[in-house]
Design a binder for this molecule. Structure first.
Ligand code: 13P
Length: 242
């Protein structure tokens, strides 16, 4: 079963959470995929309350590597769990760029998430310059090697940086090649666990391209940014998944 995850990024209010969660909760039973929404921390608990009893799951967009302590402005994995989250996105390229998150930091956060009982979605992906230089596969392999804790049992998301928020989606051939590469690295790193791990694609996924992207081999779902802020758009993507 594929996982369709919505990353609201730094968007969302109490009102928007309600506008998205209510139709998702009503539609989730009839879908062939799993649905996850990742609102900002301010409305995570409220969104989780709205979705309580539905099949739609809730996740955070980041967590600290420590469980508690003097880290002003940060949110820990146990705090996300307490607020109703079952998942957390880690190592998104925007956090790697905006906050200088290294692979080692992402790895520590993923270990903290697992310890708190959260499922982690670890993001990887190359920049346009790296792709043009022929380094895309090496960059992604290095990110996986550095970011995944030993025995990692969550989800990986491949999000080429140049396709995020740009309207430019990777071609089906590029997605097929990179997801096969990610699969091979996961098997090398994790053995059996890597063979079955879901690999999400992210980067300008929308209703019009979801069906073809979700049909590509080794694509286990989507990590959706902009289109996850509209319930109808997000559900159209979910209906294209299996
Ligand atoms: P867009 O779907 O807006 O391109 O964002 C993708 C993304 O970064 C999801 O994490």
């Amino acid at each position: 079963m594929q996982l369709i995850a919505g990353n609201w990024k730094m968007n969302g209010s109490v009102a928007l959470a309600e506008a998205i969660a209510t139709p998702l909760a009503a539609a989730a039973d009839g879908l062939a995929c799993e649905l996850l929404v990742c609102p900002p921390a301010t409305v995570l608990a409220w969104t989780a309350q709205l979705l309580h009893g539905s099949k739609v799951m809730v996740g955070g967009q980041n967590c600290h590597a420590k469980a508690s302590g003097p880290h002003t402005g940060d949110v820990s994995a146990p705090m996300l769990k307490d607020a109703g989250a079952a998942w957390v996105i880690l190592g998104h390229s925007e956090r790697r760029a905006d906050h200088g998150e290294s692979d080692a930091v992402v790895r520590a956060k993923a270990a903290a998430a697992t310890a708190a009982g959260l499922q982690a979605i670890i993001c990887v992906g190359e920049t346009e310059a790296q792709r043009l230089a022929g380094q895309a596969e090496a960059v992604v392999a290095a990110q996986l090697e550095g970011s995944l804790p030993d025995g990692f049992a969550g989800v990986v998301a491949y999000e080429p940086v140049w396709a995020i928020g740009t309207g430019r989606t990777a071609s089906e051939a590029d997605v097929a090649a990179m997801h096969a590469h990610v699969r091979a690295v996961l098997v090398r790193l994790l053995g059996e666990g890597g063979a079955g791990m879901r690999i999400l694609y992210g980067g300008s996924v929308k209703a019009s391209n979801a069906a073809s992207l979700m049909a590509v081999a080794n694509v286990g779902g989507a990590l959706v940014g902009g289109a996850s802020l509209d319930a109808a758009d997000f559900l159209a993507i979910a209906r294209a998944a299996g």
